[in-house]
Design a protein around this ligand. Structure first.
Ligand SMILES: Cc1cc2nc3c(=O)[nH]c(=O)nc-3n(C[C@H](O)[C@H](O)[C@H](O)COP(=O)(O)O)c2cc1C
Length: 399
């Protein structure tokens, strides 16, 4: 892979030299871009010697007037380490006043950002808000480690180890097109079940997990059909969206697209109950108590499990307790290949959050807990494990 290494002006800039060396060993080519502040900490010559290429520093001191565009086009991954608080702010807001920040805007490939700074700078709401913007943009943040910092304070802020950053870069390379030629069918979001023409029952699902899965699958080369309930999210680029409102509509769309699908992921929070006969007019307010008689909605996952042909079936179990046991129970009763157990009782993960912490329960009997991470990172891990699982299942069935 052709890698761009952006170096910001922090104490940890010296560690970027070790990162450059590691990347040189593993990747095809590394080109280094330094900010003016970074040059105060490490000489460009160090990186030039390590990579065998001229270091890019000044937007205006170059022979080719649009070198930042050419450099952006020629390279496959941009890794920024150390990323200063200043760079995070510039990236988040789209400022472009030097080579690195201009390159960041011109670059369309995956970006890995490894921040390092004083603990108070790291915890500052401005920095955290900038990070949230970058994460929401799908960029990989290699979190700083906790420990003794150069400023004499202790806490998070120390640049992750070069080895960890190099692995995150390699991970982007694995954003190989390993889903090319496949159709991935994903459901996302809540459903809304009408009670009358103006009222409905629904749930707190934001659709973020399903949308992250759709984005990850599309990035890996799949044709993605996203059957989405009502959400406030922009559909990921290159994804075909079928909008639905109710569980019944969701079932119809899923069955319509099923024949083409090689992987089916049911990430939607489909209502379990609905009014099968919705009154045609608004129900009038009265002083008397009203009771609702609800019928079960179609169990789409169970139907997919019963019909299962050649597709890999992945369900989600959103639970507030006994997540792993419930996920295993769902896997068995619904005949899934994998169930993603999702704890939704906390405030930081689950519904509406950008973060998630899940456990993967597989039909092979394996259980794989995934540490807290962004939904986009979790989505990537789910596809990694799903593809591995499919290989194992094919091997077990002699296919
Ligand atoms: C000795 C010293 C160490 C610094 N270390 C850091 C650091 O680790 N992280 C950070 O975000 N800023 C650090 N700064 C502040 C940045 O150098 C400053 O914000 C600069 O404008 C960043 O420029 P750049 O983002 O273009 O590299 C440090 C400054 C000094 C003088």
């Amino acid at each position: 892979m052709k890698i761009l290494l952006g170096v910001g002006g922090g104490i940890a800039a010296y560690k970027a030299a070790e990162l450059a060396r590691l990347l040189m060993q593993r990747e095809d080519r590394v080109r280094v871009v330094m900010t003016r502040a970074a040059e105060k900490f490490v000489q460009p010559l160090t990186f030039a010697a390590l990579t065998g290429h001229k270091v890019l520093t000044d937007l205006f001191a170059i022979e080719d007037a649009i070198e930042h565009i050419a450099v952006a086009q020629e390279n496959e991954v941009l890794v920024v380490a150390p990323a200063t608080a200043d760079l995070l702010a510039k990236f988040a807001h789209g400022l472009a006043d030097d080579f690195l920040s201009t390159l960041y805007l011109a670059f369309t490939g995956p970006v890995v950002i490894a921040p390092a700074m004083n603990v108070n700078m790291w915890r500052h709401p401005a920095t955290q808000a900038n990070l949230a913007v970058l994460r929401a943009r799908g960029q990989t943040i290699v979190e700083p480690e906790s420990g003794y910092l150069a400023c004499g304070m202790t806490g998070p802020g120390r640049l992750a180890e070069p080895e960890t950053i190099a692995r995150a870069v390699a991970e982007q390379g694995r954003l190989k097109q390993d889903l090319e030629g496949e159709t991935v069918l994903i459901t996302a979001g809540p459903t809304q079940e009408p009670l009358d023409p103006v009222r409905y029952i629904s749930n707190r699902s934001s659709g973020k997990m399903g949308y992250a899965l759709a984005e990850a699958a599309a990035a890996r080369g799949a044709r993605v059909v996203l059957v989405s309930g009502p959400v406030h999210l922009a559909p990921p680029r290159g994804v075909e969206v079928a909008w639905v409102r109710t569980a019944v509509e969701m079932r119809e769309k899923v069955m319509e697209h099923l024949p083409a699908a090689s992987i089916v992921i049911k990430a939607a929070a489909v209502a379990d109950f609905h009014l099968s006969k919705v009154p045609p007019q608004k129900v009038k307010k009265t002083a008397a108590r009203v009771s609702l008689e609800l019928d079960p909605t179609p169990d789409i996952l169970a139907e997919l499990g019963r019909r299962k042909g050649d597709y890999l079936l992945i369900g989600f179990a959103a639970e507030t307790e006994n997540v792993q046991q419930e996920a295993r129970r769902k896997l068995e009763t619904k005949n899934c290949d994998m169930v993603v157990g999702n704890y939704v009782g906390g405030s930081e993960t689950g519904f509406e959050s950008d973060l998630n912490e899940v456990v993967l329960v597989l039909s092979t009997g394996e259980t794989i807990p995934l540490e807290r991470a962004t939904k986009r990172e979790i989505a990537g891990r789910i596809f990694d494990e799903a593809l591995l699982l499919r290989l194992k299942l094919h091997a077990a069935h002699g296919r």
